[in-house]
Ligand binder design. Sequence first.
Ligand code: GLN
Length: 280
Amino acid sequence: MIDTVHAIQAGVTLAALQRQSLLEALDNRVLLCHALELNRIALITQSERALSAGEAQRFAALVQRRLAGEPIAYIVGQREFFGLPFEVSSAVLIPRPDTELLVELAMDRLPAQGRVLDMGTGSGAIAVSLAHTRKDADVTALDVSADALAVASRNASNNNARVTFLQSDWYSALQGAAPFDVIASNPPYIASGDRHLAEGDLRYEPVGALTDHADGLSALRIIIAGAPPHLKPQGWLLMEHGYEQSAAVRALLSDAGYTEVQSWCDLAGIERVTGGRLTA
Ligand code: GLN
């Protein structure tokens, strides 16, 4: 019976560690694979294998971190997004499945050999997925954080994606750059003081990637106001936002003169991405 981390000791079998776990079954399996450098199949085929003292110690340390609340993705240093493996660290937001919607919408609107910009790239999830899937695309990604850009550029090379990275506070380093067919962004959009910031994985994520320290719309406003000189005629601006922000973002786009303003739903049926295009 595994009822404390101290019970994870030499001699305990993989089967016992899965029958009786301190964590959710999936978290437990992921950490067990990580600690023992095994794949999922091996957990089944080697179920009677007993842990060595070193393995037990390694696994117990990971379980302890998870019990303290640290996100699984940071503990194992990786998260899958758009079918690709992404390195993650506490310098970057953990990619969410919801954001795959933004990648698909950007890809659908990107002409052959088109130019696309990812603003606030973080781990590089959006830019790298686009560049990996659309080898013809000319992909630029920017972030204000040098630490995030280091993670993103490793993700680009590990996933065989050609991306130009720029350290930039929103549009500031883009002066003189050629305009884009599509600008996509998953900016910080959680309002300061939102209780979600103090819950679950978000407690461990970079605060500057989550909140604008204001009403949640300030980064979206900057992106919308600054996009026109960087968009080609007919170009699209697409932004992810919070579950209650779609009407506000549509209004910001319409007021700024964008056309075809609309929102798209994520897998949960929540309006999650809003965009519009510029007519010349
Ligand atoms: N989608 C994230 C969350 O709600 C927030 C990401 C962001 O602020 N861009 O957990």
